[in-house]
Write a protein that binds this ligand. Structure first.
Ligand SMILES: Cc1cc2nc3c(=O)[nH]c(=O)nc-3n(C[C@H](O)[C@H](O)[C@H](O)COP(=O)(O)O)c2cc1C
Length: 332
């Protein structure tokens, strides 16, 4: 990796390819990795790959866009960690709604300590569904995450204890609604069950072997997990909502970038992160979350933050598609 500005032995195309590869580590709904990268000599294009969409549970492609936004931010981090400054053109072509973004290297810059830290966090980051221990997330930590979210014009609100109770009700409504829809369960089973497409999906090793004791019930993936979790009750978890002024593809993409920025920073701080998206996927419960926010904005995703029990086994990394399955390299 270059540590000085102004000199790069490698071509921009190889920097773009490396960024696309690093972006493959991004979190995504059901680990569908619904993105496709096109590497060009002068730019990196991000497309939605709707062959891995979830039309049942995510008909508006909200979570697909949030996932792609997270991959986009991962790619930006990887380019910055290679000593580049990057220009982002979101949704560059209205005629092609699946063309989500173009990244262009606009210059060289010294690699900052922050970029290196984010790159390390990108390799370590994972979803953590274990109950958290009795170490609270500090106000300063939440303030920093709020500041980071603000860089993307996204708000981060820490729920008060009363609001956490309201969230728990909304989440249990969402679970009931999902349980009543066999088509949604079948769709989830395709990404979580034994027949999940290779390199994708949620394997049993990252799902708790019993329902964790938690204030807000975790998503029921309908599959038996194999991750040993202790008996702790995560009373000290913090719940935050990412929300903003827009509720369209551009806003969801930005929400995904924000999710990545917040998650990578939290990882660097040793915090465990668990997204709750079912409550957002379903119209009625999304409206409940919006009411919890006093209708101040549109809710994009809920996150549980906490400190995971160091005595419990770490969930492993979920699989990823090979580079060639998500990236094409333009030979020109
Ligand atoms: C938009 C989005 C929504 C998600 N929603 C949930 C959720 O509701 N419940 C859950 O347990 N995990 C959720 N996840 C976590 C994914 O399952 C996880 O990112 C994926 O399986 C890859 O695993 P990793 O994050 O450990 O790399 C979500 C992730 C994203 C990006």
């Amino acid at each position: 990796m270059n540590t000085t500005a102004g000199h790069h032995d490698r071509s921009p195309a190889s920097a773009y390819a490396q960024a696309a590869e690093a972006a493959g580590r991004a979190p995504s709904i059901h680990n569908t990795q619904p993105w496709h990268w096109q590497v060009h000599p002068d730019r990196l294009d991000l497309y939605a790959d709707t062959s891995r969409a979830l039309p049942g549970i995510d008909p508006d492609e909200r979570m697909l866009l949030v996932s792609c936004g997270a991959a986009l931010h991962h790619a930006q981090v990887a380019l910055m960690a290679q000593g580049h400054t990057v220009e982002l053109r979101p949704l560059p072509d209205p005629a092609q709604p699946d063309h989500l973004a173009t990244l262009v290297i606009s210059g060289d810059a010294p690699v900052t300590a922050e970029a290196v830290r984010l790159m390390q966090a990108l390799r370590l980051r994972h979803t953590d569904r274990r109950p958290t221990v009795d170490t609270p997330v500090t106000a300063e930590q939440v303030d920093e995450l709020r500041r980071l979210a603000g860089e993307f014009d996204v708000h981060l609100h820490r729920l008060t204890p009363d609001q956490v109770s309201e969230l728990a009700v909304a989440v249990s409504h969402a679970e009931e609604a999902a349980a009543a829809e066999p088509a949604w369960q079948a769709e989830t089973a395709r990404w979580v069950g034994p027949g999940r497409p290779p390199g994708t999906g949620v394997p049993p090793e990252v799902l708790p072997d019993k329902r964790p004791e938690t204030d807000v019930g975790e998503r029921d993936f309908g599959a038996r997990g194999a991750l040993a979790v202790g008996g702790g009750h995560d009373k000290f978890s913090t719940y935050v909502v990412l929300f903003g002024d827009g509720d369209d593809r551009a806003a969801w993409l930005r929400a995904g970038q924000t999710l990545s920025a917040v998650w990578l920073h939290a990882t660097g701080q040793g915090l465990a992160v668990l997204p709750y998206s079912q409550v957002i996927e379903i119209d009625g419960t999304r409206a409940m979350v919006r009411r919890i926010l006093s209708n101040l904005g549109y809710a994009y995703i809920v996150l549980r933050l906490g400190v995971a029990d160091p005595d419990q086994p770490l969930p492993g990394h979920t699989p990823r598609l090979p580079f060639d399955a998500t990236t094409t390299v333009d030979p020109d």
